[in-house]
Design a protein around this ligand. Structure first.
Ligand code: ZN
Length: 455
C-alpha cells in the first residue's frame, strides 16, 4: 500500500486540492480524499489529471512526420492525394521489426504528452509482396508488443480493406493493406480476440478503412459483424471522396451509411469533415461517435469539422492523432476550438453562448467518448478500484502557481506548453518522470536507427 499526496486532482465533480490517494500493491486506487490522517509516502509537487484516449492512430506514419511539408522538384501543388502517394512509399518499406520500433517510440511519446489507450486503426497487415505473414496477425501483434513494451493500453483495430476505390478492384499500391475476403478478415479478428481475451491492457476493435475500400455487400457484412465491439471507419474526410460516393453509391458517405447500413453507439466515424445538416442529424440520432483529428486534418487540408453546431445538437465526439504530425492532446483541442473561433469570429464556441468552461466541456467529452471508442466505459477520471493512471502537471510552472481551482483545467488545456508536464504515473508507478520515459534510452536507440533506415 502507498499513500500519495498531490497538489490537486481533477475529478468529474471538479478539483480536490490537496488530494490524498491511497493505492494497493498493484497500483489500484483504494481511496481519494481531500484530507487524510495517514502518513504520506510520496508527496508530488503537481496536479493529477487523467490522461485521455487517443481514438485514432496509424503508428507507422509517425516515421514520416515533418517530411512532407514541401513540394518536391518536378511536382506541382500538393493535397491529401499527393500526400497519400508519399505515405504509400513509406508503408511499402516498413517491416514488422520496424513497425514495433516505430510504435514503441510513438506510444512512449503519447504517454509523455497525455494520451492513453490508443486505438490503433491498423491496415498495414501484409508483407511487401502483398502476401500474408506466416502469422497473419504478425503486424497487429507487433503493435500490441510495442504498446506493452512502453506501458500503453491499446485497442487493436484491424480494418477491412480490399478495393482501391468505388467500383474498382484491388490495386498494386495498396497490396499490403488488402484482405482477400471478409472471411479471412473475420478469422484474423477472432484470432486476436481469443489471444488477448484475458489481457486487461489490450482490447480489440474492428471496422473498414473507408467506404471506398470495399464493395457494398462487404460493407454491409462488416457493419453487421458486431454491435458490441467498437467499429471504426474513415468517412467524408475529403470532398473528392464525397463526390465519388455520390457518383457510385448515389448518396453522400454518411447519408449512405445511415440509410443502407445503419449506425449505432459503437460506430466511430473518423473525420466526418464534410457533412450536411441532415447527415449530422443522422449521426446524432444513431448516437454514433465522431473522431476528430485536428492536427492531421489541418496538415492534410481536409477542412473544418463543424464542432460548435455538432455540440449544440448533442453530438458525441473525441479526438485522435491519426498521422501523428501532432501528438499533444491539448494542442489538438486548442486547434479544433481555434479553427472554429476563427471561422465564426466568436470566442468559446464550444459553449454556444451559454455560461460554462470550454476545457471542462472538451475534456469530459473526449474522455467519455474516447473510452467508448476504445471499447470501454468509465464513470470518472479517477475512481476507487481503477489503476492510478495520472498525468502530472508541474505545480511550479508559472501559471500553475495560482491557488484558485477555477480556471486551472482551462489553463492546462489552453495556456501551457509541454514543459509544464512533469510526468506520468501508470498503475501507481512513475512511467515518465521529468519528461523522460523510464525506458527512453533503449527506445530511442532503436528508433533513431529505424528513422534513418526508412525514406
Ligand atoms: Zn486515419
Amino acid at each position: 500500500m502507498k499513500n500519495w499526496k498531490f497538489k490537486g486532482m481533477y475529478l468529474k465533480k471538479g478539483w480536490i486540492s490537496p488530494a490524498y490517494v491511497s493505492t494497493d500493491d498493484n497500483g489500484k486506487i483504494l481511496s481519494i480524499d481531500s484530507h487524510s490522517s495517514l502518513a504520506v509516502d510520496e508527496s508530488v509537487e503537481g496536479y493529477a489529471i487523467s490522461p485521455i484516449p487517443n481514438a485514432h492512430s496509424h503508428a507507422f506514419q509517425y516515421v514520416m512526420a515533418g517530411l512532407t511539408e514541401n513540394i518536391p522538384k518536378g511536382h506541382q501543388g500538393d493535397n491529401f492525394w499527393s500526400w497519400r502517394e508519399r505515405m504509400y512509399a513509406v508503408a511499402d518499406q516498413v517491416n514488422p521489426e520496424q513497425m514495433e520500433v516505430i510504435a514503441s517510440m510513438l506510444y512512449a511519446e503519447m504517454l509523455r504528452l497525455g494520451y492513453d489507450q490508443v486505438v490503433e486503426f491498423h491496415y498495414l497487415n501484409k508483407d511487401s509482396n502483398g502476401q500474408s505473414y506466416n502469422n497473419p496477425n504478425e503486424m497487429a501483434e507487433r503493435l500490441i508488443s510495442a504498446a506493452k513494451r512502453v506501458g500503453m493500453k491499446i485497442t487493436m483495430t484491424p480494418v477491412y480493406y480490399r478495393t482501391a476505390g468505388f467500383n474498382q478492384g484491388p490495386s498494386e499500391a495498396q497490396r499490403r493493406f488488402q484482405y482477400e475476403s471478409t472471411d479471412a478478415y473475420f478469422s484474423q479478428i477472432e484470432d486476436l480476440i481469443s489471444k488477448y481475451q484475458d489481457d486487461s491492457e489490450v482490447k480489440i476493435g474492428y471496422g473498414q478503412h473507408s467506404l471506398r475500400a470495399a464493395d457494398v455487400e462487404e460493407t454491409k457484412e462488416i457493419f453487421a459483424y458486431s454491435s458490441q465491439m467498437p467499429c471504426h471507419i474513415h468517412i467524408s474526410e475529403q470532398t473528392q471522396e464525397v463526390e465519388g460516393s455520390l457518383k457510385h453509391l448515389g448518396a453522400r458517405p454518411v447519408e449512405w451509411l445511415a440509410n443502407e447500413v445503419g449506425m449505432g453507439k459503437n460506430t466511430n466515424l473518423i473525420h466526418s469533415t464534410h457533412i450536411t445538416d441532415n447527415e449530422m442529424q443522422s449521426i446524432i440520432r444513431a448516437k454514433a461517435n465522431v473522431v476528430i483529428c485536428p492536427s492531421t486534418e489541418g496538415n492534410l487540408g481536409d477542412g473544418y469539422f463543424p464542432i460548435s453546431d455538432f455540440i449544440e445538437a448533442g453530438g458525441r465526439w473525441c479526438i485522435g492523432s491519426d498521422s501523428h504530425i501532432g501528438i499533444n492532446p491539448f494542442e489538438d483541442l486548442r486547434l479544433l476550438d481555434y479553427g472554429q473561433r476563427m471561422s465564426k469570429q466568436k470566442r468559446n464556441i464550444m459553449l454556444n453562448g451559454r455560461p460554462g468552461d470550454s476545457a471542462a466541456i472538451s475534456y469530459d467529452t473526449v474522455f467519455d467518448n474516447g473510452h467508448l471508442a476504445a471499447g470501454e466505459s468509465k464513470n470518472d477520471y479517477f475512481q476507487v478500484g481503477d489503476d492510478l493512471d495520472a498525468l502530472i502537471i508541474n505545480s511550479h510552472s508559472p501559471l500553475m502557481t495560482r491557488d484558485a481551482n477555477d480556471g486551472r483545467l482551462s489553463t492546462i488545456v489552453y495556456a501551457l506548453d509541454n514543459s509544464a508536464i512533469y510526468g506520468r504515473i501508470k498503475s501507481g508507478e512513475w512511467l515518465v518522470r521529468g519528461g523522460l520515459h523510464i525506458n527512453y534510452d533503449e527506445i530511442i536507440k532503436d528508433f533513431s536507427q529505424t528513422v534513418n533506415d526508412i525514406n
